[in-house]
Write a protein that binds this ligand. Structure first.
Ligand code: HSE
Length: 298
């Protein structure tokens, strides 16, 4: 009647795939305990680690859970305890971890009546609450695991993409908070054909590289001509972090989701650790507080 789950952090966009690509981190995430109860509705009974609202309608896990209940014939409810390890506004899918964790756990306790695709739709309601836009590039990898591509939003079409076995992520979080809603407002709403051509070439290259275990192709494709030049202005030391990550052997480096976290992908744990070292050296030199993690990707 009660389960404890790990809710992974996620890197959305992965440079070239704004709103369509995402990947789950294996060793960075929150914990949730979900309990089936007779009382109708969803109640957040405990929330530790972050100052976030516990009111069901103001909490992403509550809203996502209610979306699931609205489609279910179950007439009881759920109590949820959320132990946040991911900071809100850090750029590694804090809201997605909570909303997808809630619906995954509830579905499990109900005997899995809903498909993963349906769970993504429910969890997207949490994202709508958090950022104003029901983007799926954090909740899809959180629910499916590994890399996912949102081939289409209308209708929702999600493609799971295999992860090359030696791929590791390094994620550094400068201790500032950027709201996804704010970092979306600064983006242009149109793009040139020239930029489009570069970008969809890279998205195709990234997907092909992941399927073929071709680390060079992955590396060549981790480029973003559209969003990164604008959003990176909000992130302290971005250019320095990026160039030091690449110099120390990363396959690529970019903004994690809407930032301010910066991610790098590397082939092998040793390389990912070198990248961790070079990134943190940059922030130590310029005096910026940070958190940094290396995580496998599976
Ligand atoms: N694709 C979204 C964005 C992800 O970049 O705004 C937010 O985590």
């Amino acid at each position: 009647k009660e389960i404890k789950i790990f809710c992974p952090g996620t890197i959305a966009n992965i440079s070239c795939g704004f709103d369509v690509m995402g990947v789950a981190l294996d060793s960075v995430g929150d914990e949730m305990v979900i309990k089936k109860v007779a009382t109708k509705g969803v109640k957040i009974t405990e929330l530790t680690g972050q100052h976030l609202p516990k009111d069901t309608h103001l909490n992403v896990a509550g809203v996502a859970g209610l979306a699931l209940l609205a489609e279910s014939d179950y007439d009881g409810g759920f109590e949820i305890k959320i132990h946040k390890k991911i900071k809100a506004g850090s750029g590694i899918g804090s809201s997605a971890a909570s909303s997808s964790g809630a619906v995954w756990g509830m579905n499990k306790l109900l005997g899995n009546p809903f498909s993963k695709l349906q769970l993504v739709k429910f969890a997207m309601e949490g994202e709508r609450l958090a950022s104003g836009v029901a983007h799926a590039d954090n909740v899809a990898p959180a629910l499916f695991g590994g890399f996912t591509l949102i081939r289409s939003y209308e209708p929702l079409d999600i493609v799971q993409i295999p992860s090359p076995s030696q791929l590791f992520a390094t994620v550094i979080h400068p201790q500032i908070e950027i709201k996804t809603s704010d970092s979306r407002k600064i983006l242009k709403t149109s793009l040139s054909l020239e930029d489009g051509i570069k970008q969809w070439g890279n998205v195709g290259g990234l997907v092909a590289g992941l399927f073929m275990d071709d680390y060079d192709l992955i590396s060549r494709s981790l480029v973003d001509h559209i969003v990164e030049p604008i959003r990176s202005m909000l992130i302290p030391g971005f250019d320095k972090i990026k160039s030091s990550a690449i110099e120390s052997g990363a396959l690529g480096c970019g903004i994690s989701g809407s930032g301010p976290s910066i991610f790098a992908l590397s082939q092998g744990k040793e390389n990912a650790e070198k990248v961790r070292h070079s990134m943190k050296t940059v922030y130590q030199k310029i005096g910026i507080e940070y958190d940094v993690h290396v995580s496998p990707i599976n």
